[in-house]
Ligand binder design. Structure first.
Ligand SMILES: [Zn+2]
Length: 233
């Protein structure tokens, strides 16, 4: 087991590890998303409650289950080796509710399933005797230069790679992952020892937020609300 890793979760790239590994998100569900759009259109043309409406409704429900399952499979394929490989695992605390307010990005975020990824990393890491550490949500993982500590307050989401004042040129997500790893190690050291925490202590600095987030994500995934997600496109 290696000592530590930081993980930057994203939309286009599902996760970037401070060790350089990247997990892609897009492309995986594209055909399914097209089909979802078509079925939603079809449903809106049908008369509610009639036979054809019911059949389309059933097809939609099946498709939603398939999408959810594939995403879960993919997330498990990603989180298991991470949890098995690294001791201290730093993750961002994502304020998902805040991000979902931006409607154009709502579907992608729900699709990336940040809450679920967090949840899996936390319990798997504990299962392997590791220590998952969530950042405070105000930790400026992307804005902070990993090498000199300069904080770029002008950084926008469009800036993918940027050069820092000190001369460092780095991929934005990798820089964030490196910062998250270092911060996680600092937080663990600040606690005083590397002893494995009890389950109640783990991710304790944001357990309330995580719980709220999980609820949010559960809300997102609830199959009874499929049509809402299609309206944001
Ligand atoms: Zn710098």
């Amino acid at each position: 087991m290696q000592e530590s890793a930081g993980i930057d979760l994203g939309i286009k790239t599902l996760a970037v590890l401070s060790k350089g590994t990247q997990y892609e998100n897009q492309g995986l569900l594209r055909p399914e998303l097209r089909k979802l759009k078509r079925l939603n259109r079809e449903l809106s043309r049908r008369q509610e409650g009639c036979g054809r409406w019911n059949r389309t409704k059933q097809k939609l429900a099946r498709l939603h289950r398939r999408i959810t399952n594939r995403r879960l499979d993919y997330q498990h394929q990603m989180t298991t080796p991470i949890a098995r490989t690294y001791g201290v695992i730093g993750v961002e605390d994502l304020n998902v509710a805040e991000m979902i307010r931006n409607h154009r990005r709502a579907w992608s975020i729900a699709d990336a399933g940040f809450g679920e990824t967090h949840h899996q990393l936390a319990y798997k890491s504990e299962g392997y005797g590791g220590m998952p550490v969530a950042m405070n949500r105000f930790f400026p993982s992307s804005r902070l230069c990993h090498f000199c500590g300069w904080i770029n307050s002008d950084l926008t989401l469009a800036d993918r790679t940027w050069a820092y004042d000190c001369g460092a040129v780095l991929d934005r997500d990798l820089n964030a992952a490196l910062n998250i790893e270092r911060q996680a190690l600092k937080m663990v050291t600040a606690v005083g020892s590397r002893r494995p925490k009890t389950p109640g202590e783990r991710m304790s600095d944001s357990s309330e937020q995580s719980a709220a987030k999980r609820e949010n994500m559960a809300e997102e995934r609830r199959p009874s609300k499929p049509c809402q997600s299609s309206t944001v496109w």
